[in-house]
Ligand binder design. Sequence first.
Ligand SMILES: [Zn+2]
Length: 463
Amino acid sequence: MKTLLHNLVISGKGNERRPAQLLVEGEQIGAVLKPGEVVSADTRLDLRGALVLPGVIDGHVHFDDPGFTQREDFATGTRAAAAGGVTMVVDMPCTSLPPVTSAENLQTKLEIIAPKAHVDFMLWGGVSGNVLENADWKDQVEGLVDAGVAAIKIYLLSGMDTFRDVTPEQAQIVLELTTRRGLPVGVHAEDRQVVEAARSAARARGGDSPLDYASARPAEAEISAARTLRTLCRKTGARIHIVHIASWEALDIVTEARSEGLPLSAETCPHYLLFTDADLKRLGALLKTAPVVKSQRDREGLWRGLETGEILYVASDHAAGVWPEEKNTGSIWTDYGGVPGVELLLPTLFSEGVAKGRITLERLVEITSRAPADFFGVGRRKGRIEKGYDADFSVINEHSTWTVRAEELHNKNRYTPLEDMALKGRIQETWVRGRRVFVRDEVGRETFAERAPGRFIRRGGSS
Ligand SMILES: [Zn+2]
């Protein structure tokens, strides 16, 4: 089966849009052609001048399945992904029961989620304080690596009893093992002692406002953890990746480390690029996350880091609480921390980044597709529009403007700090391995593929 997509543009250098035709053969890209080049095809589709990007990979989502499916499940999460132009998600190991901390748990999870996946997915494996209590924890981690996890996740500060944090000393032992197996380690990088001291001080004052919560998670917590990880990088040579960085000073430490030749990198999330503590004050729990949004200076530093390449990629950290109950508990301290964002990742980066001239289209492709594909070890089949690559496409109508409404999103619990924000660029279609999994037509009608064609992709690229 050959399908020719025509009347479209693909991205080139800088902000270049290159008119092209794409021949899809089965699940792969058969050819990238110039407009008008004659080729035989079974079907031809006119994309009405849309911009076709390599499929977006969201490297950090919490889809909670199985175990916390009142918050999200794999069907709703991946439908939202498809509607947002995301063609592959990488799900975190900590927010399901059982957590993905052994090959056996991974298999249990896979049987439940694989039939529900509307887009491709990879799985992070995890090493928690709980796991380290088992005498055979090293075998567990080896088992995860053999099962094809995308990378390993640890927390230097965790609020979850089912997935506790590790000390820097424990982290070092884990890093020695993962380095031997050639796997990167993603770290929730906030210093536990710094946060505990700041939180005690805020609670002792009796504070219960969004800014009291922010004061309990100061930038110093991220900065101190980044220093710890730089030291661990020096000691072990481990490939360490700081997830959801929010502090520009912490990012500076990552940049310095890399100039020393250390394999340290960082990702950030749209909420840190869009909002500051002034918005947290206004929006309250709706914008509660960990780390917390920071100052205007941090926000600007993160945008700069995106354009210069100091930040490797952007992920949503999609994490939804039960709405409205878990976000309105009566106290900022007990309100659920996390925002759903998989569907808005590409639209916000396109609108606030490319359309506003903060980053080029070329950088957008790097930070949403190419860099995560390489990071998760699937850069030879995903992340590029080239012959032989998976036919994963995020198709954008660049000229369409729209307004974000939580009730129109597709994940399970619909709330967003972006409510009422006007965005430029609307997702028109999403393709996963040669199948159109989502279409939004000219009058806004939305259609999802009937079957859920998403597949488990192992590190290294086999599925
Ligand atoms: Zn997360």
